[in-house]
Design a protein. Structure first.
Length: 221
């Protein structure tokens, strides 16, 4: 049975999962959920995803939600195919550095980038007012965090070392929306190491395959 991804064609978390599926060369079906119509809040959907957000996967009856958990699952289950560097599997120190980098993304990047995008992009799309004072505070903190990123990336190619991992990939969907949000936080002129890293990770064929919307890929890779 082909793995099924249930989500929104352009949701950041759906894009994150789809990118990993492409990295691991896993064929998948895609069932789009219309967020505007509230399909993610309908009882049949919430039986699978009790928080009423996207996405979740159905892997031959195994239901899993939360995009980062899904990405870990896919990278682990299909460890022997596609990109085999997404999660370190043997060296204890490499595993520890990976978890450090994954925590860095969640606590020092996503926590601010996501809220900026919500305020500047998603709220206006839904007819809601942006809290610009909140955005200013978020931007100031994210600027500070990315200064630390520039120091880290001045010593190594990627966030967990010199190999591309899920920790790098996780940044892409919300990072790509920061310019749409009019946010200068990824000011690449000020942060050459971040600039080099960002150009690298967003040039991957797997991001190019999903950035304009998730589509099923049920054929051979």
């Amino acid at each position: 049975m082909v793995l099924t991804l249930v989500g929104s064609t352009s949701s950041t978390c759906s894009l994150r999962v789809a990118m990993v599926l492409h990295e691991k060369k896993v064929p998948f079906e895609f069932i789009p959920i219309d967020l505007a119509k509230g399909e993610h809040k309908a009882p049949p959907y919430m039986e699978k995803q009790p928080f009423g957000v996207v996405p979740y996967i159905d892997d031959d009856g195994f239901i899993l939600y939360e995009s980062r958990a899904i990405c870990h699952y896919i990278a682990s289950k299909y460890a022997g195919q596609g990109n085999d560097t997404l999660i370190p599997s043997s060296d204890l120190k490499a595993i520890a550095l990976f978890h450090q980098a994954a925590s860095t993304e969640l606590c020092h990047f996503n926590d601010f980038a996501e809220k900026i995008v919500v305020e500047r992009v998603f709220k206006p799309m839904n007819g809601l007012a942006t809290d610009e004072e909140h955005v200013k505070r978020l931007l100031a903190t994210l600027e500070y965090k990315l200064d630390a990123y520039d120091k880290i990336l001045g010593k190594q190619k990627y966030l967990a070392g010199n190999t591309f991992t899920l920790a790098d990939l996780f940044h892409i969907p919300y990072g790509a929306l920061l310019p749409v949000a009019g946010a200068p936080a990824l000011d690449l002129d000020k942060r050459p190491n971040v600039a080099r890293w960002w150009k690298d990770i967003t040039s991957r064929p797997t991001w190019n395959a999903v950035k304009d919307g998730v589509k099923a890929h049920t054929g051979a890779y």
